[in-house]
Design a protein around this ligand. Structure first.
Ligand SMILES: *Cc1c(COP(=O)(O)O)cnc(C)c1O
Length: 438
């Protein structure tokens, strides 16, 4: 199948090219030219399927022409390896826990699938691929873990010294192997600027094949549809055939777009609810029909502090008019105070500790239930990260800190393997040339 650019100024490319390029030359975003339909038998069988089988059925339907069946199976198996259970707070409200992966957030799904897919697609006779990522914490750890041990690909994670929590730092700075953590004496913006300069530097690009693990790569989006398919099956198994709505705490809207992919392929989703913090560009658009991006503001659900969501171009392509978008998509925004109140309510009523992003989703579901939902509707709120990732906010709000999951406790005692560097491009370039000899 071909993948076209949302800007339609370049020719469509194969799946493999879309993954290895990341972005089309016209700066649009890649989209599949059509959405093959899941069979009715598959949808009916979903309540009985394991996560792996549900994901594989979806993946074969969308990518079956582009990847051999055994390869796709291997990629899906290596991507998953951990569960995505729906925990039911009530018979109508579920929480889809997407934090059981190695870095405790849903970005693990995208990063792992991208790593496996790139590894398969990369011509073996080519020079190794060196991925550079700047991070303020989360993306870096998901990408580093996703590519850990993948032959022929290395990752350099640049992060600002002293500005990443010790636990986060341990998640990407203790790995070794093909992962190099570089601690920059500067800010996150300095890290980003070093990465940008590296991509523009002629000499460096003659020596090394550089790449970014771009968050808008189509291979990061597609695997995020897997858990919608699986969660739908879990809802039907538990509660029978009811209208199922997904509530998605959103920043760049990649997660929500992946859900719409599944719906377009025939997953019977009744609708999507976009939940945001004060960065409410999309909920405002759904209200007014005007899309007005603006600088982001800082909130306690900071993975959603996005003022110009990159995947809005994909949503606008899927729903070309405002009226069409409003039929499938509802949007609500909430303040930090409301978010904290929801975290307390969920703890007291259900004895469940939710992170600030999930809490924004819970609020959106409550409001949708009051205003629009059919009486028997089921809402599945995506819990995008483990509460321990936002441990300080959780502790301040609930008066108790969430426990670090046992499987990660060893990290706290692992030696840090970072390379300290100044925020100086010449030093960074010299390090890359010496560290990655060709
Ligand atoms: C990245 C992230 C989000 C936002 O996801 P998008 O796909 O950018 O909308 C929400 N919550 C957490 C915890 C995240 O890390």
């Amino acid at each position: 199948m071909q993948y076209y650019s949302t800007k339609r100024q370049t020719s469509p490319v194969s799946f493999g090219e879309a993954v290895l390029k990341g972005l089309p030359e016209d700066n649009g975003l890649f989209m599949p030219e059509r959405f093959p339909q899941l069979t009715r038998a598959f949808v009916r069988a979903l309540p009985q399927l394991s996560f792996e089988d549900a994901a594989l059925g979806f993946a074969q339907t969308l990518l079956g022409e582009d990847l051999p069946a055994n390869v796709l199976h291997d990629i899906v198996r290596k991507t998953l390896g951990f569960d995505a259970p729906v925990v039911w707070l009530t018979s109508q409200t579920g929480v889809l826990e997407l934090f059981h992966g190695p870095t405790l957030a849903f970005k693990d799904f995208g990063a792992r699938f991208m790593a496996q897919t790139m590894s398969y697609l990369l011509p073996k006779e080519d020079k190794p691929l060196h991925i550079l990522v700047a991070t303020s914490g989360d993306t870096g750890s998901a990408v580093a873990h996703g590519f850990l041990g993948i032959p022929h690909i290395t990752v350099a994670v640049l992060y600002p010294k002293g500005k990443v929590s010790p636990f986060q730092e341990r998640q990407f700075a203790t790995l070794g192997q093909n992962i190099t953590a570089i601690e920059i004496d500067g800010t996150f913006d300095d890290c980003q600027s070093l990465v940008k300069q590296a991509f523009l530097d002629k000499e460096l690009n003659q020596h090394l094949r550089l790449s970014s693990a771009n968050s808008i790569n189509i291979s990061r989006l597609i695997p995020q549809a897997f858990y919608y398919v699986y969660a739908y099956g879990q809802a039907v198994r538990k509660h029978g055939n009811k209208p199922v709505y997904f509530v998605v705490p959103s920043g760049n809207f990649g997660n929500l777009t992946a859900g719409v992919f599944a719906q377009q392929m025939g997953l019977p989703v009744a609708g999507f609810i976009a939940a945001t913090n004060a960065n409410d560009v999309v909920p405002a658009y759904l209200q007014t029909g005007k899309y007005l991006p603006r600088p982001s503001v800082a909130t306690i659900s900071n993975a959603m502090d996005v003022g110009n969501p990159s995947n809005f171009a994909r949503l606008a392509d899927l729903f070309p008019s405002w009226e069409q978008m409003r039929k499938q998509l509802y949007g609500y925004a909430f303040s930090d105070e409301a978010t904290r109140a929801a975290m307390r309510e969920i703890k007291h009523q259900y004895n469940y500790i939710i992170d600030p992003h999930g809490a924004v989703g819970y609020l959106a579901w409550k409001q949708f239930q009051r205003e629009h939902a059919p009486a028997d509707a089921i809402g599945i709120v995506l819990e995008t990260a483990h509460p321990v990732k936002f441990g300080e906010v959780v502790a301040e709000t609930l008066g108790e800190a969430p426990a670090v999951p046992e499987r990660l406790q060893h990290l706290l005692h692992m030696p840090k393997l970072s390379v300290p560097l100044p925020k100086d491009f010449a030093a960074f370039k010299a390090f890359l040339m010496q560290h990655y000899p060709c």
